[in-house]
Design a protein around this ligand. Structure first.
Ligand SMILES: Cc1cc2nc3c(=O)[nH]c(=O)nc-3n(C[C@H](O)[C@H](O)[C@H](O)COP(=O)(O)OP(=O)(O)OC[C@H]3O[C@@H](n4cnc5c(N)ncnc54)[C@H](O)[C@@H]3O)c2cc1C
Length: 393
């Protein structure tokens, strides 16, 4: 299964959705020929990464943009710009070395992640470091200190820095406060933007807080939230994905004895290494739940899975083995290990899609495995040990 961790869109089933007379779009299913919002009153539902990147662009076109926010997210500047040709040339000349380096890097990343815990330096030095990373842009921000995802106190220093930036940027202090997450930075996947917070200074953009009263219904002329009607010509669902398991669950996959995968995973996905699941022989999942997947730069982690599976198939072919599946014991131990590692981090402290919390009724289980590249070594050791934990028949 190469069906993707973030390919299955999540569209909340608001009452009255079919009655809306305007256009409805989902950021994950955007028309390839684009959408023209010129002169339109647009509503966007969600403030995750796709919303944060869409909002500044839609606001430039629309007559008015209303943003419906349930939970604010932390965002850092992207600083996108045309690539310097000299940088590009140097980068491309060194591709093999850089790819090899990324595979060894924490989370499969090339960017600089220090080995320094946050409180081993002074507050002034932390401020300088965060500022430098803010100016560089992107995920690199969270690489400032080694304990940002494990220590709440350390995390607070980074989160406070971004909250200050939001207040410095957004002129209306009430709006600024609404945009400030009170959670751990990086607990939900950090967002990367171009002019997101600045967009709230535009006169044609309104932020509506729906944290205490959700969207009640889509109406023929817009939507109703907290008892108030909003007239809209178009609605954008920036409501993300049924992550990691969604694409698999939408296919009627059955294992030994006809057991549906969805039934086996009713309390949350169970895998060995995120690569296979007991009772489903010969079913491989590339970046499946229980593997580093979405916590990494995914290209190295996808490649590692593809190589592992290809090598495994070679191994089976050479030995005339027709069937492989993990033992239940190996799978149970792996699931316990993934949970134990996740519990050592701050990831389980918020309602993120890593936990399935964005999809109503989805079991709350931390799905990715925080531990790349140590994970790669574990996979290799298991192979070297004769595919330990797998049954080959
Ligand atoms: C907006 C967005 C931004 C992202 N940015 C980054 C990033 O910067 N860095 C990064 O590392 N990762 C990023 N990702 C994660 C990204 O999903 C992966 O990096 C990468 O696309 C995964 O590749 P994949 O081949 O595993 O899955 P995908 O690229 O998602 O491909 C899955 C394919 O399977 C198909 N499929 C699914 N179900 C079925 C079915 N039932 N029948 C037939 N076909 C099916 C889909 O149509 C799709 O073609 C981003 C994801 C999103 C949504």
């Amino acid at each position: 299964m190469a069906t993707g961790c973030l390919s299955s869109t999540n569209t909340p089933d608001f009452p009255g959705k079919d009655s809306f007379r305007g256009a409805i779009h989902h950021t994950g299913r955007w028309p390839h020929d684009g959408v023209d919002f010129t002169g339109k009153r647009v509503g966007i539902i969600g403030t995750g990464s796709s919303a944060i990147q869409s909002i500044p662009v839609i606001a430039e076109q629309a007559a008015h943009l209303t943003v419906f926010q349930r939970t604010p997210n932390f965002s850092v500047p992207a600083h996108n710009a045309p690539t310097d040709p000299e940088h590009e040339r140097r980068f491309k000349e060194n591709y093999p070395a850089l790819r090899a380096k990324a595979k060894q890097g924490r989370s499969g990343q090339l960017y600089s992640i220090t080995d320094t815990p946050a409180f081993t330096v002074s507050a002034e030095e932390r401020e300088r470091e965060y500022q430098a990373r803010w100016e560089k842009g992107g995920f690199v921000f969270l690489g400032a200190y080694t304990d940002l995802q494990t220590s709440k106190a350390a995390n607070d220093t980074a989160a406070d820095f971004v909250r200050r930036k939001i207040h410095e940027t957004v002129k209306d202090p009430v709006v600024a406060e609404l945009l400030c997450p009170d959670s751990v930075i990086g607990c939900k996947r950090i967002c990367v933007d171009t002019g997101y917070y600045q967009t709230y200074n535009r006169p044609n953009v309104t932020l509506v807080d729906i944290s205490k009263g959700p969207i009640e219904a889509i109406t023929p002329t817009g939507l109703r939230a907290r008892g108030k009607e909003y007239d809209l010509d178009a609605i954008v669902f920036a409501t993300g994905f049924d992550a990691m398991t969604g694409a698999l669950a939408r296919i009627d996959i059955r294992g030994v004895g006809g057991l549906p995968l969805t039934e086996k995973w009713v309390a949350g996905p169970r895998t060995y290494l995120g690569l296979m699941t007991a009772g489903f022989p010969n079913l491989f999942t590339i970046t499946g739940p229980g593997s580093p997947s979405v916590l990494t730069n995914m290209l190295p982690s996808i490649e590692q899975h593809v190589d592992w599976i290809a090598d495994c198939l070679d191994h089976l072919n050479q030995r005339g083995v027709a069937r492989i599946e993990p033992t239940v014991e190996a799978e149970d131990a792996w699931v316990a290990h993934v949970n134990e590692v996740a519990d050592r981090t701050l990831f389980p402290t918020c309602n993120s899609w890593y936990l399935g919390a964005n999809v109503p009724g989805k079991p709350r289980v931390f799905m990715p495995y925080p531990g790349f590249p140590a994970y790669v070594q574990k996979c290799e050791e298991i192979v070297a040990d004769g595919y330990r934990g797998f049954i080959l028949t």
